[in-house]
Ligand binder design. Structure first.
Ligand SMILES: Cc1cc2nc3c(=O)[nH]c(=O)nc-3n(C[C@H](O)[C@H](O)[C@H](O)COP(=O)(O)O)c2cc1C
Length: 210
């Protein structure tokens, strides 16, 4: 029964003393530990955006870079999420790593990265992924699977004789965080929660009740 499924979290703790005073460093540390803890898809994050009616919409994307400014992921700018971000830059992100019993919640502002930076990342991808980006009109209704296969073959043929480049509608977003919450599972449901709120360029750190 679903109602009987529960985990007693007891692997780690997070305290005001041990948490890094820089939330980017703390996220970096937990990401590294998720990777070495063999969490599948440790860079997968749930990204929520707001649609034109003010309703939230969520999906998984992959974190491709964590810089001192924020989190970078790549997508189709004409996708639903791309259109939603262009109308409302406020987004939220959640990571959940079951193996290390941790969650990180982030709120921030998303902006497009430079075309040159998107191009550099695009060119580092395997050819199959590059062709996939050309072949898929992401989030649009298509008649059937054949549309994708035909698009793929067409671009494969085209780029056999032409130098591959990034589609103009494809690229990265940088999410500049304004809020972080680090959640560490503990026993008896008394989990550790430490939040970071940005106030006048300073991170204010608080503990929250679980
Ligand atoms: C594990 C996983 C990783 C994904 N990574 C990405 C990604 O990095 N970029 C992306 O655009 N979509 C990615 N997707 C697909 C999205 O979840 C989503 O289906 C797609 O981006 C269309 O979303 P939209 O219609 O809200 O724009 C991923 C899905 C999964 C399950």
């Amino acid at each position: 029964m679903l109602r009987d499924i529960r985990t007693n979290y007891q692997k780690f703790e997070l305290t005001e003393k041990t948490v890094d005073k820089n939330p980017f460093q703390q996220l970096n540390l937990w990401l590294k530990e998720a990777v070495s803890g063999k969490t599948p898809d440790p860079t997968a994050m749930i990204l929520s955006t707001i649609d034109q009616d003010g309703n939230p919409e969520s999906r998984v994307v992959l974190l491709k870079e964590l810089t001192s400014e924020g989190l970078i992921f790549f997508t189709n700018y004409q996708s639903k999420k791309g259109q939603q971000i262009s109308a409302n830059q406020h987004v939220s992100v959640v990571f959940f790593w079951a193996e290390t019993e941790r969650q990180v919640r982030i709120k921030g502002i998303a902006e497009k990265i430079s075309d040159a930076d998107s191009e550099a990342y695009f060119l580092s991808r395997p050819l199959e992924s590059q062709l996939g980006a050309w072949a898929s009109p992401q989030s649009q209704i298509i008649e059937d699977r054949r549309v994708l296969d035909e698009n793929y073959s067409r671009y494969q043929e085209y780029f056999r004789n032409n130098e591959i480049k990034k589609p103009p509608h494809w690229g990265g977003y940088l999410i500049r965080p304004e809020y972080f919450e680090f959640w560490q599972g503990r026993s008896n449901r008394l989990h550790d929660r430490i939040e970071f709120c940005l106030s006048q360029d300073q991170w204010i750190i608080n503990r929250l009740a679980p």
